[in-house]
Structure formats: C-alpha cells, structure tokens
Design a protein around this ligand. Structure first.
Ligand SMILES: Nc1ncnc2c1ncn2[C@@H]1O[C@H](COP(=O)(O)OP(=O)(O)OP(=O)(O)O)[C@@H](O)[C@H]1O
Ligand SMILES: [Mg+2]
Length: 427
C-alpha cells in the first residue's frame, strides 16, 4: 500500500495538539514526523466557546507541526468530547436477502442501517456506529457473519452522538485554516485505541481520560465498546481548588500542582524536610509571585487535591453504575489524560471505584515519540491509529463506492468513517 500521510488534531481544554504521521510499508505503524502542542484558548469543558481564540491557537499549533514534518496539512482527523457526547446501544434486524446463499456485506450494511434508525433530535449527529455483535437465526455472539447461512440477521450496535453546534464549530475553525475534516472521533474512544490492549477489551475494561475540563469514559465488554460518556469535570478543577484554598493565582496554583505531581520531586522534598517531623514542603524554587516559600502537605494534598480527585472518581463511578456494566469489567481501569498524573490518582481511583487501575501511555507508534509518551497525548495518538485502520479497511475491502457507503453514516458533508462496521468483512 502506498505511503499515507495522516494528521490528528486534539482540541482540548488545556492544550491543542497536532501530530503529522506517515503510514507506509508492510508494518504500517504510524511514524510521527511532526508534533506540536500549544496552550488552548477558547475551549471550556471540551467545547469551543470562542472560535477566534481557538482558530489562532490552532493555526500556531498546525504551523509548528507542519514545519517540523516539512508537510502542508490539507485535512485532519479531530477529536470531539465534552458533556454533549452521549451514547446508545441499538438493535437492528433484517431478513437475509438470499436465504439459500451466504450472508454478504450488503446484508450487514442493511442490518446496521436498521440499527441506526434511532430517533435523534435535529441538534444531534451520529459520529460513530460500532457493531458489537451479530445474531444469526437467534445464535448470538457472532463477530463476523459473512459466509454464514441463515434467514434472519440481527446486529447490536453502539452509537455515539454529539451536538451539531459543537461539530460545526470545530469544522469552522479548521476550514478557516484551509483544513478539511476527515472525521470526528470521540476523544475517549480515540484514547482507548492508543492505550487499551485487545485482551483488556475482551475481558472488559473502563477507559478514563481525565483532561483539563472534562473526563471521558469508555467501557469495553466482550471486545466491543458498549458505553461512552463525557462528564464536565477535570484536572483544572484541582488547580482552581488550590488557588482558592491557598489564596494564590491560578498560575501559581498550577505550578504547585505540577511540582507535587513529580513524584521524585515530592519524595526528595519530603526526605529533605523529614515529613514525620515537619509538614511543610519547600516550594521556594518555584519563585511564586505571591512570595510563598512553603506549603503544607496535609493542606494541599490531603485537604485540597485528594477530595477533588475523589469527587472526579465518584462521578466516574456513577457513570459506570449507570452503564449497568460494572460487573463485566474485570480488567479494571486504564487512566489517561493529564489528570492521570495527579498525585495519588491511581490509589484514589482504586479506593473510590473498587477496581484495579493503571495509568496508560500511548503505544503503537514510532518516529519522534519522545515528547508524546505521556498520558495526555493518548487521544491525539489514537487518532492516527483510528485513521490507519480506516485507510487499511478501505483498501482491503476494495469496495468501489466505499465513500458513498461511509457518507450514509456521515456528519453532513464531511466524508466520515465507520471503523469497525466493516471489520467483520475482513478475514
Ligand atoms: N505532566 C503534566 N503535564 C501537563 N499537564 C498535566 C500534567 N500532569 C497533570 N496535568 C494536568 O492535566 C490537565 C490537562 O490535561 P490534558 O492535557 O489531558 O487536558 P486537555 O486534553 O487539554 O483537556 P480536555 O480533554 O478536558 O478537553 C491540567 O489540569 C494539568 O494541570
Ligand atoms: Mg483531552
């Protein structure tokens, strides 16, 4: 297959990231050629609230990545998240077109179309349709019904929808810069592609992406995405709490938070200060504007940060309960996003949710990866993997009018992708 250039853009509440990668050769592992991250402006809770601010930050970000890669970006996959995301599991049933012959691709397409027939308000759009399992003549749990014989084909799908206004705002920011949207991908789903293993998905796992202003949740059961949501709380709330609690600016508060997140830093300071005798941590190296030189461990970590972290995980726990899948996820929690690096994040997650937990870092890419091997880049790396799958499936299927099939699942106008729908066609 020829070399493919893929661009992924993650417009987050705290940062905007763009990555340009090439996919080529036998191996087809995305090779990162350009990467840039800039502070985000004009985004709240994962949603664009100021197009002009986002456009200028985006322009800066994309230019930096283009310069690094030596490539001009014309189109990109982009993340979408925030509380406007919702998901539903839907069921479709059709009669197999030729009961004497095998089930074919068009039967699957019709079954998925039937499942897609959900009542949706005009303010919402479907951004993802993922088949979870097929049922042939009552036999469930089938991943690939192609070539089977039967008269009745059913499909259980997972459908993710988003607010049209948000999608339009993102598209507008990109088209202003001359960049077409290849596809919108829910940021939680995108993160999961970069960090969650196939075994974890088969066993059942919860992906949690704690960003600056929102937390995405994706639950996989029997290898398939079964629940998606995004709640309006994130690691920036911890920064705000420190600022209020210590009566300092947000900038100083963020510095203290990041300082404490560095475990080596914290350990060194604790050893030096001999915490058993003294509660204060020396932060004089941070040169805070307020002139603060020490902070109390008990006040900041136990009194301010942990309670907020607990609140975040309590809300995540409510979502897991809401999904009614809590007893089907033995692989536990995989935590990503900048918030995953918060002091005691894994311990608090285990305690509040009562499941095993680990922090995830992006995998399955090569090239200039030193800067991106952190939990907060999972979503943007996941976009490359998502796009790679799409390109490969398209080539393998060799369906003449593939784009028109895709467009039937599309967000108006932009050629959309339906990864997974056609997975079952591939041997
Ligand atoms: N090592 C770190 N580097 C940067 N930010 C970090 C780090 N550790 C924790 N954070 C915190 O994580 C938050 C940002 O996380 P992230 O970069 O995942 O957010 P985002 O993707 O921009 O936002 P969102 O997904 O909510 O729209 C900030 O509150 C920041 O303080
Ligand atoms: Mg994010």
């Amino acid at each position: 297959m020829a070399e493919q250039i893929i661009t992924g853009i993650d417009i987050g509440t705290s940062k905007i990231v763009s990555i340009i990668a090439s996919v080529a050769g036998e191996d087809r592992t995305p090779r990162i050629m350009g990467f840039a991250t800039v502070d985000s402006k004009g985004v709240r809770k994962g949603q664009i609230v100021d197009i002009a601010h986002v456009s200028s930050a985006l322009e800066d970000c994309i230019e930096k990545a283009e310069r690094m890669a030596g490539i001009k970006v014309n189109s990109a996959y982009v993340t979408v998240g925030g509380p406007h995301i919702s998901s539903i599991n839907s069921h479709g049933v059709v009669a197999v077109s030729q009961p004497d012959a095998d089930i074919n691709a068009s039967d699957i397409e019709r079954a998925i179309e039937a499942a897609k027939a959900i009542s949706l308000s005009s303010t919402r759009e479907v951004i993802e349709v993922i088949p979870r399992e097929y049922i042939v003549d009552g036999q469930s749990g089938i991943k690939n019904p192609i070539g089977m014989s039967g008269v009745r084909l059913e499909v259980n799908t997972h459908i993710i929808t988003a607010s049209v206004t948000n999608l339009k705002n993102i598209e507008r920011c990109l088209t202003d810069l001359g960049i077409a949207v290849d596809g919108f991908v829910f940021s939680g789903l995108s993160s999961s592609l970069a960090v969650v293993s196939e075994t974890e998905k088969e066993l059942g796992v919860v992906l949690i992406d704690i960003g600056g202003g929102k937390t995405d949740i994706c639950i996989f059961v029997d290898g398939a995405l079964s629940y998606s949501s995004s709640i309006p709380i994130g690691a920036r709330h911890i920064t705000n709490d420190i600022a209020v609690g210590l009566r300092i600016s947000l900038e100083s508060s963020e510095k203290i938070k990041l300082f404490l997140m560095d475990k080596k830093n914290l350990k060194k300071k604790l050893d030096k200060d001999n915490l058993s005798k003294k509660d204060d941590i020396d932060v004089s190296d941070l040169n805070l504007l307020e002139g603060l030189s020490t902070v109390s461990y008990k006040t900041v970590i136990d009194g301010i940060m942990k309670p907020r972290l607990e609140e975040i995980y309590e809300k995540v726990f409510s979502e897991i309960e809401k999904s009614e899948l809590s007893n089907q996820v033995p692989s536990g929690l995989v935590i990503v996003g900048g918030g995953a690096s918060t002091v005691s994040s894994v311990e608090v997650a285990k305690h509040i949710i009562g499941m095993s937990a680990r922090v995830g870092t992006p995998q399955h890419v090569t090239g200039l990866i030193d800067e991106i091997m952190y939990p907060q880049y999972s979503a943007v790396v996941g976009l490359l993997l998502y796009a790679k799958d799409y390109v490969e499936e398209k080539a393998k299927l060799n369906i003449k009018d593939f784009n028109s099939i895709l467009r039937s699942f599309s967000v108006k106008g932009s050629v959309k992708k339906v990864i997974g729908i056609f997975k079952s066609y591939i041997p």
